[in-house]
Write a protein that binds this ligand. Structure first.
Ligand code: FAD
Length: 493
C-alpha cells in the first residue's frame, strides 16, 4: 500500500506549511543591498547583459519599496515561491509598494530588455513568477483588500491573497468566486480565469471583475473597464499576465450567508467506479447552488479514497434534498457535510498544500462524463497521484466563448492530475507519475487551464478563437513581449 508515500508527501507538506510567511520588509532604504559594481542580468532573448550599479541605485531611489539583491537577508525569502521545485535567483527583486513603484520597475526592465517575472501570490505551478538573472517584480506587500457593503464590490491589490479577498468580503455579508486554497494569489488566479466553489452561481473570478488598474509595458498606469480601454479589459480576463502588471482588481460581490451546507462525503477507493458512474448521470442536472466535485487521493490513516467536495450556496434544507441521492450511493466511510462556516472549506486544504512542497500538475477540460473517461480514471489510478477537480457548468457556461479571453466555457469540470512530495530525488518519478495519469485522461479532454499547466507548446491552440484578438491586443500594449513568463501570446505586428 502507499501509506508510506502518502506520509512522506503529507509530512513534507506539513513541514513546508510551517515555514513562516515572509516578514514585511521593514527596511525603508531604497536599495536593500548595494551592488559593488555592475551585476549580470539576462535579456529577453537570453543574452547576458550588464546592469550598472548607478542604474540600480537610481531604480531604488525612484521607488518607495526596496530593491533587493543577492546577499541581502530578505533575498532568499523574496525569491521563494510556493512550489519548492523552482529555486531561481533573480538579478534583482523590486519589492513594489504602489502602482508607481511597478511603473518604475517595468520601465527599468523595458529600457534594458531585461527578463521580467511578476510575482503576485507566488503560486505559479510552473514557476513563472521567478526567474534566473532577470527582474522579479514582487507584489507581495501590495496585499490588502477592502470591501464596500453599499457598492457590493471589493478592491484587491495586485499581490493580495484569496484569504484576504474572502475575509474582507464575508465581513460585509458578501462574497465573490475565490479558489480552494486560501494562500493562492488573487493576481494570477484572476487573470487566468479563477475557478472556485461558487462559480456555478456567480461565474468565474474574471466574470466578476468590474475594473482593474494595470501598468503596461510602456510604464503607463491605466484603469480599464468595459467603458475604458475595453480591448485591454477583455484581454486581461483570461489572457493571464501577458498584458501588464495589475495593481488593483475591482470585484463584484454578492450577498451571501457564510453558514453553508458543506463538507466531504468519502468512500473507499473500491467504490470509485460506482460513485463516478452515478456522478456522471447526476451531475448533469444539478442546480447552480450546488458544487459537488470528485477527488481521488490518499488520506492519512485511511488509505486511498474517492471524496466528494460539497458546497451548497442556498437554503440548507434544499441542499440536503439535492445531495440525498449522492449520499445513498454505496457505503460512505465518512460524511462531514453539515452547515458550517464557508471559510472552513476555503482554508481546509491550506496545510496539505503548504508552501515549499515540490509539486507537478497537469489538467484538462472535460465537457462530458463518458464511460471511457470513467474507465480511464479507474484503470490509471496511481496511489502517488491526486485527481482533483474544479467544477464548472452553471453560470460559467452561460458566458459566451468570446465574451472574455477564457474560451473553455463548455467544460463541465476541469480535472487536475497532481503529485506533491518533499525529496528532490523523487522529482523525475513524480513528474512521470503525473504525466502517466494525464496521458490516460487527455483523450477525453478539450483544452486545458493555462493557470496550472507546465508545458506551453500548445498555448496558441489553447486560447482557441480568442487567440488572434489576444495577439493583436498584445501587439498594441506589449509589442516587445516584455511580459513573457506566462502562457505566452506572441504580439501580432
Ligand atoms: C495550491 C494551489 C491551489 C490552487 N487552486 C486554484 C483554484 O482553486 N482555482 C483556480 O482557478 N486556480 C487555482 N490554482 C492555480 C492558480 O490560479 C495559479 O497558480 C495562479 O497563477 C496563482 O496566482 P498567484 O498570483 O498566486 O501566482 P504567481 O506565481 O504570483 O503568478 C503567476 C503568474 O500570474 C501572473 N501574475 C500574478 N499576479 C499578477 C498581477 N498582479 N499582475 C499581472 N500578472 C500577475 C504572472 O504572469 C505570474 O507569472 C491553484 C494553484 C495552487 C498552487
Amino acid at each position: 500500500m502507499d501509506r508510506r508515500q502518502f506520509c512522506r508527501t503529507t509530512l513534507a507538506a506539513s513541514v513546508a506549511a510551517a515555514i513562516p510567511m515572509l516578514p514585511g520588509c521593514s527596511k525603508q532604504a531604497p536599495v536593500a543591498t548595494q551592488a559593488d559594481t555592475s551585476i549580470r542580468g539576462i535579456s529577453l532573448t537570453g543574452a547576458e547583459i550588464e546592469l550598472e550599479k548607478a542604474a540600480i541605485q537610481e531604480l531604488g531611489e525612484s521607488m518607495t519599496g526596496p530593491v533587493i539583491l543577492s546577499g541581502h537577508p530578505d533575498y532568499d525569502g523574496a525569491r521563494a515561491i510556493w512550489n519548492g521545485m523552482h529555486d531561481k535567483r533573480p538579478a534583482l527583486i523590486a519589492r513594489c509598494m504602489s502602482a508607481e513603484d511597478v511603473s518604475q520597475a517595468v520601465t527599468f526592465a523595458r529600457e534594458r530588455e531585461l527578463l521580467v517575472a511578476v510575482r503576485g501570490g507566488g503560486h505559479s505551478w510552473p514557476g513563472k513568477s521567478v526567474c534566473d538573472d532577470g527582474l522579479m517584480i514582487d507584489l507581495s506587500q501590495m496585499n490588502t483588500v477592502t470591501a464596500d457593503a453599499d457598492a457590493q464590490s471589493a478592491h484587491a491589490r495586485g499581490g493580495a491573497l484569496l484569504n484576504a479577498l474572502d475575509t474582507a468580503s464575508l465581513e460585509k455579508g458578501l462574497v465573490t468566486t475565490a479558489g480552494v486554497v486560501s494562500h493562492t494569489g488573487v493576481g494570477g488566479f484572476t487573470l487566468g480565469a479563477g475557478f472556485g466553489r461558487l462559480n456555478r452561481k456567480y461565474g468565474l473570478a474574471i466574470d466578476n471583475v468590474l475594473s482593474a488598474t494595470i501598468v503596461t509595458a510602456d510604464g503607463q498606469i491605466r484603469t480599464v473597464s468595459a467603458d475604458n480601454e475595453p480591448d485591454l479589459f477583455w484581454a486581461i480576463r483570461g489572457g493571464g499576465g501577458n498584458f501588464g502588471v495589475v495593481t488593483d482588481f475591482e470585484f463584484q460581490l454578492h450577498p451571501f450567508d457564510r453558514n453553508v451546507l458543506s463538507g466531504n462525503i468519502i468512500w473507499p477507493i473500491d467504490q470509485a467506479r460506482d460513485v463516478l458512474e452515478f456522478y456522471a448521470e447526476w451531475s448533469g442536472g444539478l442546480s447552480d447552488e450546488l458544487y459537488a466535485g470528485p477527488t481521488i487521493g490518499t488520506l492519512p490513516e485511511i488509505n486511498r479514497v474517492i471524496m466528494m467536495d460539497i458546497v451548497y450556496n442556498g437554503d440548507p434544507a434544499a441542499g440536503e434534498k439535492e445531495i440525498a441521492a449522492l449520499r445513498a450511493i454505496g457505503s460512505p466511510m465518512a460524511d462531514t457535510v453539515a452547515v458550517q462556516d464557508y471559510m472552513n472549506m476555503q482554508t481546509g486544504m491550506d496545510v496539505m498544500m503548504g508552501h515549499g512542497v515540490r509539486s507537478y500538475a497537469k489538467n484538462g477540460m472535460i465537457s462530458e462524463w463518458t464511460q471511457g473517461l470513467i474507465d480511464a480514471i479507474i484503470d490509471a489510478d496511481d496511489p502517488r497521484t491526486f485527481l482533483a477537480n474544479h467544477v464548472a457548468g452553471g453560470a460559467v457556461k452561460r458566458v459566451g466563448e468570446m465574451d472574455t479571453a477564457f474560451p473553455h466555457r463548455n467544460a463541465e469540470i476541469m480535472l487536475v492530475m497532481l503529485t506533491a512530495w518533499g525529496d528532490a530525488a523523487q522529482d523525475d518519478e513524480m513528474v512521470a507519475a503525473t504525466r502517466a495519469l494525464h496521458d490516460a485522461i487527455e483523450p477525453f479532454t478539450g483544452g486545458y487551464y493555462s493557470n496550472i499547466d507546465f508545458d506551453h507548446s500548445a498555448a496558441v491552440g489553447n486560447y482557441g478563437p480568442a487567440y488572434s484578438r489576444l495577439a493583436k491586443i498584445k501587439g498594441q500594449y506589449d509589442p516587445g513581449n516584455l511580459f513573457r513568463l506566462n502562457s505566452n501570446i506572441e504580439p501580432a505586428v
